[in-house]
Design a protein around this ligand. Structure first.
Ligand SMILES: [Zn+2]
Length: 478
């Protein structure tokens, strides 16, 4: 962390930004600092600078992301495009010379959107902008036509429960980013996940939500919904923020809006997919593993470039660069591109179960799934001593402003959570996510939104953290 050795870091930052070879400059002697700090800062400075330099100079991951998303498109679990993209990634990993390149089979849910529409019938005819929620059931063939009841929260629905029977309920819950984008998401997403069953419980025929998004240009945002098995499954979709507010304004003026919702969504039998795995085997303790990864699947709209093609490819590139630079750590670094993060998590559960007997020797699991923006550092799910040690490693990333290491406060990242639950220290790459929820799960999650420089800095941060933890004499404390 910067406050521990500011003089050293200031010098390094100046040198790095001046384009000078920081690695060639001997580290200045330290005034009082714990011996461990000094040894990580000094011992890994050269390797860290080589990884950072290579990450900033090599745009392979960015270019490959463009090829994947333009060639195969989005990658929903069960789709042909996901499996074709996985085949292509595995082939590229073999050309990189990575070791143990393999697809590890896992069965995934297979939900298909089908055609869908929502028409305002009264007070005027108008096509609403919508996306069905992942996992939704279909409407009857002719659709559902009903008056709309707009409520702002679960509490308001409870208060107005008597008015909900036979209606289409719309939750117009705002996305309040005052605390942080992820705090806003954590609140608003409750309506996407639990809204349909809450509405069904009070007799609603269908459920609409205001898209879970921080900015909208009439682009609805999808995402998974989960039915409670004790109530009827009703069709569920997200409206654009603009259209949710339109319906809310009509109600506030005393108008009764009537909508016809038609959805063909269906859930087919589970389909085969794979987690993508490749390694750089450790030189001394190959059975001890640092996992670094993201998810290869995406929603079925846009290109899944932010979520999570870019995050996944940044993790892959981090390991590829170690290989290219001849930086082989003591422990194995394993890149894992999980499948089915978006609508089931079967990839991360499959990984946990496949390696159940090896999790004692999983030293760390790093996830990169918060969008591809300027990296800030890492959130740690683990012991205080793990956070403290990771903070020292973060000091190596201060030159690219990616060195802030903090205890994770929002819960573990989704794909490493099953490992964290079994005692493996977890980390999430933190980025400046102020624009993430403009694009997330929408048609606008496309390659043009990715900044090549930001992606390179994400690669650098992942590479330095994964490499140093994999090479330390002692495992990261649990
Ligand atoms: Zn994601």
């Amino acid at each position: 962390m910067t406050h521990r050795y500011p003089r050293l870091l200031d010098l390094r930052v100046i040198l790095v930004f001046a384009g000078l070879c920081a690695a060639a400059i001997p580290a200045p002697a330290q005034t009082p600092a714990p011996a461990g700090d000094q040894s990580i800062a000094v011992r890994y400075r050269d390797a860290a600078d080589r990884l950072i330099g290579a990450a900033l100079a090599d745009s392979t991951a960015y270019r490959r992301l463009g090829v994947m998303v333009d060639t195969f498109g989005n990658r929903l679990s069960g789709s042909v495009s996901l499996e074709r993209a996985i085949d292509w990634v595995l082939a590229q990993m073999r050309t990189d010379g990575l070791e143990g390149v393999r697809g590890e089979p896992v069965m995934v849910p297979h939900w298909v959107r089908g055609r869908e529409s929502a028409e305002l019938i009264r007070p005027r005819s108008y096509s609403l902008h919508l996306l069905g929620l992942g996992g939704s059931v279909a409407t009857p063939a002719g659709g559902i036509t009903a008056p709309v009841l707009v409520v702002g929260s679960f509490d308001e629905l409870t208060r107005r429960a008597a008015k909900a029977k036979g209606k289409i309920v719309l939750f117009d819950f705002p996305f309040d980013t005052t605390a942080s984008p992820f705090a806003a998401y954590g609140q608003a997403v409750q309506y996407r996940v639990r809204g349909p069953s809450a509405a069904a419980r009070v007799g609603a025929k269908a459920l609409l939500i205001r898209s879970v998004a921080s900015r909208s240009m009439q682009s609805p945002h999808t995402g998974v919904t989960i039915y409670d098995s004790t109530v009827a499954r009703i069709p569920a979709a997200a409206l654009s923020v603009e259209d949710a507010e339109l319906l809310h304004r009509l109600q506030d003026r005393g108008e009764t809006a009537v909508v016809r919702l038609a959805m063909e969504a269906s859930t087919l039998p589970d389909a085969p997919s794979r987690n993508v795995v490749a390694e750089l085997r450790g030189s001394e303790r190959p059975d001890e593993v640092v996992v670094v990864g993201g998810h290869i699947d995406s929603w079925d709209v846009g290109q899944g470039a932010m979520d999570d093609g870019g995050g996944a490819f940044a993790a892959w590139q981090a390991v590829r660069l170690m290989k290219q630079l001849g930086l082989r750590p003591r422990r194995t670094v394993r890149v894992v591109l999980w499948t089915n993060e978006e609508n089931g998590g079967r990839g991360n559960l499959g990984y946990r179960d496949r390696y159940a007997a090896d999790l004692e020797r999983h030293v760390l699991a790093i996830e990169s799934d918060n969008g591809v923006f300027a990296p800030l550092g890492f959130g740690v799910s683990g012991s205080d001593s793990a956070v403290a040690l990771a903070s020292q490693i973060g000091g190596l990333l201060a030159g690219i402003k990616a060195g802030v290491v903090e205890r994770e406060t929002q819960g573990s990242e989704a794909d490493v959570e099953p490992l964290v639950d079994r005692g493996v220290p977890g980390m999430g790459l933190k980025v400046d996510a102020s624009r993430y929820f403009w694009y997330h799960h929408s048609a606008a999650d496309t390659f043009d939104k990715i900044d090549a420089g930001d992606m390179a800095r994400c690669v650098a941060a992942l590479a330095v953290m994964a490499y140093v933890v994999a090479d330390l004499p002692e495992p990261l404390p649990r």
